[in-house]
Write a protein that binds this ligand. Structure first.
Ligand code: VGL
Ligand code: ZN
Length: 198
């Protein structure tokens, strides 16, 4: 078995005080650092949007954060401006140990398409390249932790399972936005996709 740890979006904007703060988002950092020490292969993801991104409510006249819009690729939740490329909010939490990361994969850089998943943009078609990276390195098993359980962790875990990777989500090292039942739906969806929730 060749295993990688994937640390999803542990960035300032998803921590308390950030633009899209996930409750207790910062509390998972010490546990994630311990897990990083225990893994040979560590990959970090970073939500990385250009200013004016189409997932920002501020880009849609008359729309507020958490409202839905119809995009060409389907319904999209609108968010507060967050993780703008190069901003302090897009930086990793200051206590996250980023030193041992083999790869930092950025996502959400396409102005017209959001990307919750580390594997495919929200059109569920455009690849980020992570699948090829993992396969060419012979990695078969993935452990996922980070933010937010019900969005980027969920979409990454389900896509990875669909691609044939063996996926475990360490829920104790994730925190959720939990908006309108999204956490329960995500847990059901991950389980149905064959993801192990630990
Ligand atoms: C995320 C909403 C928007 C996440 C990213 O990391 O879960 N959620 N962008
Ligand atoms: Zn985002």
């Amino acid at each position: 078995m060749t295993q990688a740890l994937i640390v999803i979006d542990v960035q300032n904007d998803f921590c308390p005080g950030g633009a899209l703060a996930v409750p207790e988002g910062d509390q998972i950092v010490p546990g994630i650092n311990a897990l990083i020490d225990a893994h040979d292969t560590v990959i970090l993801t970073q939500d990385w949007h250009p200013a004016g991104h189409s997932s920002f409510a501020s880009s849609h006249a008359g729309k507020a954060p958490m409202e839905l819009v119809d995009m060409p690729y389907g319904p999209q939740v609108l968010w507060p401006d967050h993780c703008v490329q190069g901003s302090g909010g897009a930086a990793f939490h200051k206590d996250l140990n980023t030193t041992r990361a083999d790869l930092i994969i950025r996502k959400g850089y396409n102005p017209a398409i959001d990307s919750y998943s580390a594997f495919f943009e929200n059109d569920q078609t455009t690849p980020t390249g992570l699948e090829g990276y993992l396969r060419t390195r012979g990695i078969t098993d993935l452990v996922m932790v980070g933010l937010a359980t019900d969005f980027c962790v969920n979409f990454s875990a389900v896509d990875a399972a669909k691609l044939g990777f063996a996926v475990t989500v360490r829920q104790d090292l994730c925190r959720a936005i939990d908006f309108d039942g999204s956490l329960a739906a995500a847990q059901a969806g991950m389980t149905a996709a064959g993801v192990t929730l630990a």
